[in-house]
Design a protein around this ligand. Structure first.
Ligand code: B3K
Ligand code: ZN
Length: 883
């Protein structure tokens, strides 16, 4: 690591690379003590950066340089300089040349899980964003695209399977029990897409026939014993391949597509060309050990990584500031895939709820940054919900503005122009514009301006003129480095409902005849008025249908209007949204009551509305479950200037309990109706019923009575699916039921050997709102099933507590804060990326009361004072503290 304060990198400083690499020939000799990497690079000066440098500067980190030669001649030690993070070779020729580099690395000691490392005894890699430099000296930047040939040499008994990108082109035996394999990838790629796997893995095979009739060899590799858990991942992969052909005309390009599941992985998965490497969490799934949510996650992540083959790999990013070019677009694609596979409304509800909880919070924090950031210290910190999920919303808005056919034209042009290139967000928008003629000039601000815009809507009706006027006002809040904002181009999809709840055909002033019942208004000014003709009586507007823009909408609706929309809006998303707004409003009122020391009472209208959802058998059960869900404590906190941790918790608990008391009979009836002997398999319908059943059980458990506990225990003991089992265990773990200890013990007994299930066991304890949770979490750090080097375990236990247990983490004593800071410091020495994720809950410290602020600030200061702190944690902690 470099000494001194870490340096920021700026988009404005981008320069094309001084050199290009056409071909890379790699040879790995994998060993238990040391691994040798020989790299032969066919290089040349970059014509687009003529005369910019005679000194070749390669990136490299934690490498031992063994040999270096240029055009076959070894370089004398004085002919180059080896620094902490680079290798400099002055005076390289101004013509094509071949550089050969040999390095030695120790993957077995690599706890950062970046570069080449070991997981369960197997070798694997993670190179995005800048991990390739931990393997060999290289131009580690995405705009250097090369063809790779990779030879792997390893002990055959230990590592029978040897994989890399592309197609296998040779293999053989060597003396001493070793063997080798060579892989060649014909598609030029940046080094972040390089991958290597060597290990004792079993393979599950299948095939896929592409639209043009080519047969693709599909393989999923897992550790022995897991072969029976990959069926869902394989089926998902095939569905994704078909969908990309049908919706975008995109066909797979290599003859082989491989997925390898590893248990030690910093994030979800990685789209390496032809050789995706996955966290086991997103591959392995069987109903008895994975929940319905896990099944959905597997399908979505398999699809996401597969979709990257075109959006990310064939067309890649010029530099890391353009990360959303591939991530925002690919998230949009995977969201649309899931919407096509399941219920579109339920998908949208889930995505929006996640966006508002995580991304809106990030956008309001010291870490707020535009979808295309302008500066970073550590790029790994920018794989954020803003780049991913807000980035996907930006692509979705383009889709809305262009329409599906226009969007497809834009995509076609994007690939026609940029296949095989490393490009920018601007190139993407330009293709969309050029293909359709739609002006996206002002729209580009979505890439550049951070912060969540607020749109305020007011309406007025003129009975004589039969006219309705809708006034929209937008403001974009200041964010770090961006004190003043310009008005954005915001697509507002909307409709008007008549008194019977029917959609009114809309005629905007100046139009000859009424048209569709949903229109997309182009809000471009700070304030703009839209006039609708032929509106006989005051309508109820349904605004931002389908959440057509990632904004905060403020309306003047009273409770009655929201209840009306909840019942009648033809837009399913907005029916859900009206209920959420109603609940939010009510909960915030109760928070204020609680703070004022007044007794709480639940609004009868709200109880009725929730009762109607429960009683409406025509509703999709999954939608009903979403509609019965109350806004989370985090989301409620965002609505307050100063987050009242305890009052929010108390108000929410009060509402849960009061609803359960008032609706006890229909909740019981719903529960019993759905608790039948149904198919334990993962199918959308069965999953929907389980979701609603668990929602009902959750409310009933808020009653804290014996009958509910018995119901819950019954579900836990009889469960045939993990969805039922873990939901019941989670509720028991929150409760005072004496059986909870036994339930936790028996669960662990049964699942001790299944790491992914053990993580759930850690998770339910970490997120329990019981007052003894922190002590329990601390004890679990020393439990034999916990392993600090495994990211999934850290995310479940430490992340579950700090990120998923607001009331206990923010305990006024500061004990939760102390605990987290201790763990961040401990993790930073092992795995900076994981540590940096864990430090994030501190970043919103300014949103709390003075006491908590002081406590969190002190912990952040303690963290930044650590000697040798990683760039990753330094960046988040120091930006959080900055004024
Ligand atoms: N592209 C990877 C994420 C890499 C994260 C590096 N810190 C997974 C994905 O978004 O598909
Ligand atoms: Zn991605």
């Amino acid at each position: 690591m470099d000494k001194g304060a870490p340096q920021a990198i700026y988009l404005k400083d981008y320069r094309p690379p001084a050199f290009l690499i056409d071909d890379v020939d790699l040879r790995f000799e994998l060993g238990e003590e040391a691994t040798r990497v020989r790299s032969r690079l066919a290089m040349r000066p970059n014509p687009a950066a003529q005369g910019s440098a005679a000194t070749l500067v390669l990136d490299g980190q934690d490498l031992v340089l063994v040999a270096l030669s240029l055009d076959g001649a070894p370089l004398a030690p004085g002919a180059y300089r080896v620094g902490e993070e680079r290798l400099e070779i002055p005076g390289v020729p101004d013509r094509p040349f071949v550089l050969e580099v040999e390095t030695e690395i120790r993957p077995q000691d690599n706890t950062s899980l970046e570069g080449l490392y070991k997981s369960s005894g197997n070798f694997c890699t993670q190179c995005e964003a800048e991990g390739f430099r931990k393997i060999t000296y290289f131009l580690d930047r995405p705009d250097v695209m090369a063809r790779y040939r990779t030879t792997i040499v390893a002990d055959k008994a230990r590592y029978p399977v040897l994989l890399s990108n592309g197609n296998p082109t040779g293999a053989g035996e060597l003396e001493g029990g070793r063997h080798w394999a060579t892989w060649e990838d014909p598609f030029p790629k940046p080094c972040y897409l390089f991958a290597l796997v060597a290990g004792n893995l079993v393979r599950v095979s299948d095939s896929f026939e592409t639209v043009s009739g080519r047969s693709i060899d599909l393989r999923i590799y897992v550790e022995p014993g897991n072969e029976d858990k990959v069926g869902h991942a394989m089926a998902s992969l095939k569905r994704a391949m078909r969908w990309d052909e049908e919706v975008y005309g995109l066909e797979y390009d290599l003859d082989i597509f491989m997925i390898v599941a590893v248990s030690d992985f910093n994030m979800g998965a990685m789209e390496n060309k032809g050789l995706n490497i996955f966290n086991t969490k997103y591959v392995l799934a069987r109903p008895e050990s994975a929940t319905d949510v896990d099944f959905e996650g597997v399908e979505a992540v398999v699809a996401h990584e597969y979709f990257h083959n075109w959006t990310g790999n064939r067309v890649t990013c010029r530099d890391w500031f353009q990360l959303s070019l591939k991530e925002g677009l690919t998230v949009f694609r995977d969201q649309e895939f899931s919407a096509d596979m399941h219920s579109r409304a339920v998908e949208r509800i889930g995505n929006v709820a996640a966006l508002r909880t995580a991304q809106f919070a990030e956008d309001a924090s010291p870490m707020a940054h535009p979808v295309r950031p302008e500066t970073y210290i550590e790029i790994n910190n920018f794989y954020t919900t803003t780049v991913y999920e807000k980035g996907a919303e930006v692509v979705r808005m383009i889709h809305t503005l262009l329409g599906p056919a226009g969007f497809r034209k834009g995509m076609d042009l994007y690939f026609e122009r940029h296949d095989g290139q490393a490009v920018t967000c601007e190139d993407f928008v330009a293709a969309m514009e050029d293909a359709t003629g739609v002006d996206l000039g002002q729209f580009r601000l979505w890439y550049a301006q951070a912060g969540t815009p607020t749109v305020e809507a007011t309406g007025s009706h003129d009975a004589d003129a039969r006219r309705y006027q809708l006034k929209l006002r937008q403001t974009v809040p200041p964010t770090p480095g961006q004190p003043v904002k310009k008005p954005m181009h915001i697509p507002v999809a909307m409709g008007l409902l008549d008194a019977q709840g029917r959609d009114i055909p809309l005629r905007l002033a100046g139009e000859a005849a009424p048209g569709a019942t949903t229109r997309v208004l182009d809000l471009r000014e700070a304030e703009q008025t839209f006039v609708f003709e032929d509106v006989a009586a005051p309508p109820v507007p349904s605004l931002l249908r389908g959440f057509s823009a990632p904004v905060k909408l403020r309306t003047e609706f009273d409770d009655a209007a929201l209840t009306f929309l909840m019942a009648h809006d033809s837009d399913a998303f907005n029916r859900w949204e009206a209920g959420q707004q109603l609940a939010t409003r009510l909960l915030l009122r109760l928070v204020a009551e609680h703070e004022a020391g007044r007794p709480l009472a639940l609004d009868a209208g709200f109880v009725d509305a929730m009762g109607r959802i429960l009683g409406d058998r025509s509703l999709d059960p999954e939608f009903a479950a979403a509609a019965l869900g109350l806004p989370g404590e985090g989301y409620l906190g965002q609505q307050m200037d100063v987050v009242s941790v305890d009052a929010i918790h108390a108000a929410r608990q009060f509402v849960r309990r009061s609803l359960a008391e008032a609706l006890r009979a229909p909740l019981m009836e719903t529960y019993r109706r759905l608790a039948g002997n149904e198919d334990p398999g993962y199918e959308a319908e069965a999953a929907g019923r389980r979701s609603l059943k668990n929602t009902a059980l959750g409310y009933l458990m808020a009653l804290d009575d014996r009958e509910s506990v018995e119901l819950c225990l019954g579900q836990f003991r009889m469960a045939r699916t993990m969805t039922e089992s873990i939901a019941a265990l989670g509720l028991l773990a929150q409760s005072d039921a004496p059986e909870r200890i036994e339930a936790l013990d028996s669960f662990l007994d049964r699942w001790r050997d299944e790491a992914l299930v053990v993580n759930k066991w850690l998770g339910v304890q970490a997120t329990s709102q019981r007052t003894d949770t922190l002590d329990r979490v601390k004890a679990l750090l020393d439990h034999p099933v916990f392993e600090i080097r495994n990211p999934n375990k850290v995310y479940a236990l430490i992340g579950g507590f700090a990120g998923g247990n607001i009331v206990r983490f923010h305990d006024a004593s500061g004990a939760g804060y102390r605990f987290l800071a201790d763990q961040v410091i401990r993790l930073d020495a092992l795995n900076p990326q994981v540590a940096s994720r864990m430090v994030k809950p501190f970043s919103r410290w300014r949103k709390y009361d003075a006491g908590r602020q002081a406590l969190m600030r002190a912990e952040l200061e303690r963290i930044t004072a650590v000697k040798g702190l990683s760039r990753d944690v330094f960046e988040i902690a120091s930006k959080s503290l900055a004024d």
